[in-house]
Ligand binder design. Structure first.
Ligand code: ZN
Ligand code: ZN
Length: 312
């Protein structure tokens, strides 16, 4: 009777061992002492040194490391297997494939690319933006887990390798820039972190390929609103005048590899490519870790509940 009363009073389940409750109280009093800031710092350290659970699947992280995502989740991201537009990487619907089937396979081009060819040569993405990959991108962008840039950078490296046969032997690698105020608020540009991780990876797998980080050459000079819910025309207008090149001399006659976490409608990639080409870049290539395919973008525009979250 006594034991039970103690358990209920402490908010624990009936019959719970009283020792745990008392220990918990002592711990929480101790924690309240140093203040919230110190506690947050200690929590961060403890999580880094003794990782808890995978932030994607909740399973245990088997080895201590700096990524909060387990190996199984990272390995669960599989490359796209649909028939894709050779220019922008958009999944071609069956009608498009049938129509394009009259032409050699190299000629599979989606109708937007046929109507208004992009100013980049080709855009490639490793996997569809969903499941584990979507979670990982969110952890990096909205939960400030910068260590997720490493597994995402590996996926970006795999995407960049797809350009190997066509792109030049020396490329300037440029991350899609954030507006300075937004970058300050987030603390970093996720595309820069992913790019750095990808280049480390490619230095091992593609020794001959000279990939030079040059993120500063393009800047975002307009605080654009979210592209979410905008029509294709609205997206283009929103990005008009959004990007500018600071150092034209650095770009003259060079091939550029533009990298980002996700390719959604291509409006951003097209806008950056236009500015880079106008500043003298000879060719622009685009690589992203993930790709939102058209039916996904349509669902966001129709206002699905996760739309605002994804468009963040
Ligand atoms: Zn996991
Ligand atoms: Zn296309």
């Amino acid at each position: 009777m006594n034991d039970n009363a103690l358990g209920v009073a402490a908010g624990g389940p009936p019959g719970a061992p009283p020792g745990g409750v008392v220990e918990g109280r002592v711990m929480s009093r101790w924690w309240q002492g140093p203040g919230r800031v110190v506690r947050a710092v200690v929590d961060d350290l403890v999580t880094t040194i003794y990782p808890s659970d995978c932030r994607v699947c909740g399973g245990p992280l088997l080895r201590a490391g700096f990524s909060p995502v387990c190996d199984a989740c990272a390995a669960g991201v599989v490359p796209q297997s649909m028939t894709l537009c050779v220019r922008c990487g958009e999944a071609l619907d069956m009608e498009g494939v049938r129509f394009a089937g009259q032409f050699p396979v190299e000629g599979l081009v989606c109708s937007p690319c046929r109507m208004v060819p992009p100013e980049f040569e080709r855009a490639v993405a490793y996997a569809v933006y969903r499941d584990e990959l979507r979670e990982m991108v969110h952890l990096l962008k909205y939960e400030r887990m910068r260590t997720v840039a490493k597994p995402l950078g590996k996926l970006l490296a795999r995407a960049i390798e797809m350009l190997e046969a066509e792109a030049g032997r020396e490329l300037l690698v440029v991350a899609v820039p954030l507006f300075p105020a937004k970058e300050r608020e987030r603390g970093y540009n996720q595309a820069v972190l992913m790019s750095d991780a990808a280049l480390v990876e490619l230095k091992k797998s593609r020794r001959e390929w000279k990939l030079i980080a040059a993120h500063g050459v393009i800047r975002r000079v307009k605080d654009t609103k979210s592209q979410f819910g905008l029509t294709p025309k609205g997206r283009r207008r929103n990005l008009q005048g959004a990007f500018a090149v600071g150092d034209r001399a650095a770009l003259a006659g060079r091939e550029v590899l533009l990298v980002d976490d996700i390719y959604t409608t291509g409006a951003t990639a097209r806008a950056c490519a236009r500015v880079l080409r106008a500043a003298g870049a000879s060719k622009v290539w685009v690589a992203t870790a993930s790709r939102a395919q058209p039916e996904m973008v349509a669902a966001w525009d129709a206002g699905s509940e996760t739309a605002a979250w994804d468009a963040g």
